[in-house]
Design a protein around this ligand. Structure first.
Ligand code: 5RP
Length: 226
């Protein structure tokens, strides 16, 4: 089955969890795009929600669909967030940031009562590390930070766009760190964030409640107790 169809299946399934009056975190990427399109359709049919976008791209998409937008500062918590992921392990730990939105995505996940992740089946993994871990760093001294990151046992690459450093919505750079495997995501998450110049990394540990997987045999839902 076409991967795009699997993404659509998972994305649209998640939209059914959105109810009237909710504050909804809107993720970033090509899978959650289907959730947002579906929410847009439901809004046209009368659904009343506030969307908190995880990126400028998602904000533009949501606004174009008539979804009301709020900011994270305005709300004490978010009822539910739907977002994508680049890799998911059996404990529902994630690698995120393939689209470069990991900082806002992680903040919004942190303040969400319920975090739903939508993926196609290719993203499931026994141990994280197949996907290079995105790390958001400040531009100042980025060469030194890159070198320090290599000390964590990975091969770091500064992400480029059109031959220049890719710049996030927060004005920072992204380093994609290729590990052989990430055996202890929880400690790596803490250690990476203790490097001066690192703003945030794409390891989401204990932040997801449910993963909706589009598979060739239909939808598979995996829940955690976090
Ligand atoms: C953006 C992300 C995305 O959620 C992640 O890259 C998955 O995207 P896609 O659904 O397009 O594969 O973390 O920063």
């Amino acid at each position: 089955m076409d991967v795009e169809l699997l993404k659509k299946m998972a994305g649209e399934y998640a939209a059914m969890k959105i109810k009237d009056g909710m504050v909804v975190g809107l993720g970033t990427g090509t899978t959650v795009k289907y959730t947002i399109l579906k929410i847009g359709q439901l809004v046209k049919e009368g659904l009343d929600i506030i969307g908190i976008p995880t990126s400028k791209a998602t904000e533009n998409l949501a606004r174009s669909l008539g979804i009301k937008i709020g900011s994270l500062s305005e709300y004490e918590y978010i009822d539910i967030t739907v977002d994508g992921a680049d890799e998911v392990d059996k404990k529902l730990n994630l690698i995120k940031g393939g689209g470069g939105a990991l900082l806002r995505e992680k903040m919004i996940a942190y303040y969400s009562k319920y975090e739903v992740i939508v993926v196609d089946e290719r993203k499931l993994s026994e141990v994280l590390g197949s996907f290079p871990l995105p790390v958001e760093i400040v531009p100042f001294g980025y060469g030194r930070t890159l070198h320090t990151l290599s000390g964590f046992g990975c091969v770091p690459h500064l992400r480029l766009k059109d031959g220049r450093p890719f710049v996030t919505d927060n004005g920072n750079y992204i380093v994609d760190c290729k590990f052989d495997s990430i055996d202890n995501p929880s400690s790596l998450n803490i250690e990476l964030n203790s490097v001066p110049g690192v703003v945030e990394n794409g390891l989401f540990v204990g932040l997801s409640n449910e993963v909706i997987v589009g598979t060739k045999n239909g939808i598979k839902v995996i829940r955690s107790d976090v």
